[in-house]
Design a protein around this ligand. Structure first.
Ligand SMILES: Cc1ncc(COP(=O)(O)O)c(C=O)c1O
Length: 393
């Protein structure tokens, strides 16, 4: 009789990894929500005031976006059926890219399937093993993935410390790197503070480096007609924006020169080897793009909401760091305490997610409040009142 070989459990590493996450209170899980309107969600039977969505202008529920999505679905169908270079480029893809380039004051634009895909693959196409990347310590994971996959050397400068960046540039300039890229965000996703774009441009020019800015949390919210902080700056070589946040839809885009656009079409794997964005999504994007210049009042309301909340949190005694946008982190530090606060807020009818390592550095756990222009003053007052009760209990 054949002897049966007993193999070790090939998934033991998974048990171990999940157990470790559980022990350190970092285990994550999914739960379903139903989006009732721009600011309320239902979690099971409970109605929660949502302070964790990136739908900064409430556009995901806007009738014009919904109608435009339905219109393109009825005209073009539900899927784009192929990658852009095969049979997936429809007239609407190209028309919307042209409109985007104009709206951002740039030569060209190219649409991507998501911000994650854009960052993690554009960087691969721009870098090689002989390149150097100088990036802010707090950049988004999608950018890190692109840098790691490129196998370029990378050094992180201290968060928003452009003197440190310049020191690193000075050290790097005489070395034989094939090219140097500066990579950072305009509005930091977990801290809500901003980069100094003028100084970044000046440094990039002075040291002849490529400047790559992720404008995901500024697009729709800041800059001329809400097209982001990096719009209308042809000196910025590559700008990435997303449609899944203030645009209320899905997908992403890059604005750049025509030459770079041609290069990405030919060399960027995340553009080439994936199905084009579907017509319904393109419809919603186009409608949001057309609405953008008309939403100054909404953007003003959003900034008022943010200023009000920042002032109130600080008055209570909380540290909100250098937040200067619709993203307001309430720094707690300890993970367990941050989780308890998030849970308690939920019991009070508020959805505000705890952000913990590894998403943010150790001992900087926080509640990340993401505001919407659709939040009303009584809703903000309720949040402040609830936070104050927690602080005083
Ligand atoms: C700064 C930043 N860049 C990129 C992304 C990824 O964008 P997307 O959600 O479109 O994949 C996000 C969002 O998660 C982000 O915060």
């Amino acid at each position: 009789m054949a002897h049966q070989v007993v193999y070790p459990d090939k998934f033991a590493f998974i048990d171990q990894a999940l157990a470790e996450r559980s022990q350190t209170r970092r285990l994550r899980s999914l739960y379903p929500l139903y989006p009732e309107d721009a600011v309320y969600v239902l979690k099971q039977e409970q109605r929660l005031l949502n302070f964790s969505s990136n739908d900064y202008l409430g556009l995901s529920k806007h009738p014009l976006l919904i109608r435009a999505a339905q219109h393109y679905i009825s005209q073009y169908g539900t899927g784009a059926t192929a990658s852009r270079l095969v049979a997936g480029t429809y007239d609407i893809h190209q028309q919307i890219e042209q409109k985007l380039a104009v709206a951002c004051g740039r030569e060209a634009a190219l649409v991507f399937t998501s911000g994650f895909q854009a960052n993690s693959t554009i960087l691969v196409s721009l870098l090689d093993r002989q390149s150097l990347v100088l990036c802010d310590r707090l950049i988004h994971n999608s950018l890190i993935q692109g840098i790691l996959a490129s196998r370029a050397t990378f050094i992180r400068y201290r968060h928003n410390d452009l003197n440190h960046l310049e020191e690193l540039l000075k050290q790097a300039i005489d070395q034989s790197y094939s090219r140097i890229l500066i990579v950072t965000e305009t509005v930091f996703s977990m801290d809500g503070d901003r980069s100094n774009i003028d100084v970044l441009i000046q440094l990039a020019q002075q040291y002849n480096t490529i400047l790559y800015l992720d404008d995901a949390h500024a697009v729709g919210v800041l800059g001329k007609n809400g097209m982001g902080l990096a719009a209308y700056h042809p000196e910025i070589d590559v700008v990435v924006g997303t449609f899944g946040k203030a645009f209320g839809s899905f997908g992403a885009f890059v604005t750049c020169s025509k030459k770079l656009r041609d290069y990405f079409i030919n060399f960027c794997p995340g553009f080439i080897y994936t199905t084009a964005l579907p017509p319904g999504v393109m419809g919603a994007i186009e409608a949001a793009l057309e609405l953008m210049p008309m939403l100054d009042q909404d953007r003003f309301q959003l900034s008022q909401n943010a200023n009000h909340l920042c002032a109130q949190f600080q008055q209570i005694g909380y540290n909100i760091g250098a937040s200067n946008s619709q993203i307001i982190p309430l720094y707690i530090g300890d993970e367990a305490k941050t989780l308890r606060l998030s849970q308690w807020l939920e019991e009070q009818g508020i959805l505000a997610i705890a952000i913990r390592p590894p998403t943010v550095p150790s001992n900087t756990s926080r509640i990340r409040f993401a505001l919407s222009s659709q939040h009303r003053s009584n809703q903000l007052d309720y949040l402040v009142h609830t936070i104050r009760s927690w602080h005083e209990h």
